[in-house]
Design a protein around this ligand. Sequence first.
Ligand SMILES: *Cc1c(COP(=O)(O)O)cnc(C)c1O
Length: 351
Amino acid sequence: MTSLRSELVIDPSIVQENIKYLKALIPNKSNFMAVIKSDAYGHIMENLLKHIDCFVDGYGTVRIGEAIRIRERSNKKILLMTGVYSEDDLEIAIKHNLDLVIHNKEQFELIKKNNFYKNLWFKINTGMNRLGFEEEEFLQIYNEHLKDKKIVLMSHLAASNNPKNKSNNEQFARFNNVFNQLSGEVSKSIANTGCVFNYPDHSYDWVRCGIGIFGGYIGTHELKTAMTLRSPIVNIRKIKEGDSVGYDGRATAICDMTVATVYIGYADGLAQNIKDGTSVLVNGKKAKIFGKVSMDLTTVDISDHTNCKIGDYCEIFSPESSINNITIPNDLISYDLMIRIKSRVKKTYHN
Ligand SMILES: *Cc1c(COP(=O)(O)O)cnc(C)c1O
């Protein structure tokens, strides 16, 4: 037997299907930006690009090194979503034909000094209070310097996955209030995945979808998780009523049980605080985490399973068992779990 290890298998056809599904929710005139920051949310950006390039109108990322790696593989629009912070980076961005977000005065000074006004996205703060110009600050800059320039006005929603949160409508109102005071050629972009689902009317000129294309959005079952995290069973044990399993004996059997020990733990990126009862799949059938996740091992209740053997795979999540089955009951988020998978896990592409 080759050495056993946990594996992360990525299926690009699922990312394609998710993109098609999301695009069907938005008006035809809206352009679709795939947000692939942080190594495409852990989906190996370099491998992914060739599978999605013909389905999208552009890419969003955050670090300039990632933007350059995208440019080496695509001629589409690439938005550097936090912009640049130095002359050197500006020069690199221009050379690679990147679109830039300008989110504060310091960044605007850099642009002004270099008289560079191409492909700029001005970010305004509509309530998230993280990045973006205040309304008055932006209008002043706009009226002095940007009236004759083609720009994109952008903002970002703080709670788009929760349509009950009234902050969403407040953010739209602030956004459009600024937009309505602009006179030139201005496009608009505020929608991330949650906005596309809950407020498709606010798709405007560009939507920027990340978590949805990877199937981690919590508001739907239509999108499929594009990665499979799986690991083989390395031991199977029968235990008696009253026996406890794993560290601190957190899980105690209330009847006779069969427990599989799986070759994955928090050293692979599984969260340590995953609770008993969390659903995983063994041989395609539901099984439940039973006992604390250890550094290298995780114990699973397979009492209902017949014919399980050492070497069979336990899927922590997959297209058949959404990553949200792991994250939601354990107060985690899919974004974080996707990017947390460690390098000792063998990452491959499904073909
Ligand atoms: C990450 C990010 C997105 C994508 O958000 P999702 O919720 O993953 O769809 C969009 N816009 C900005 C500015 C982002 O940072």
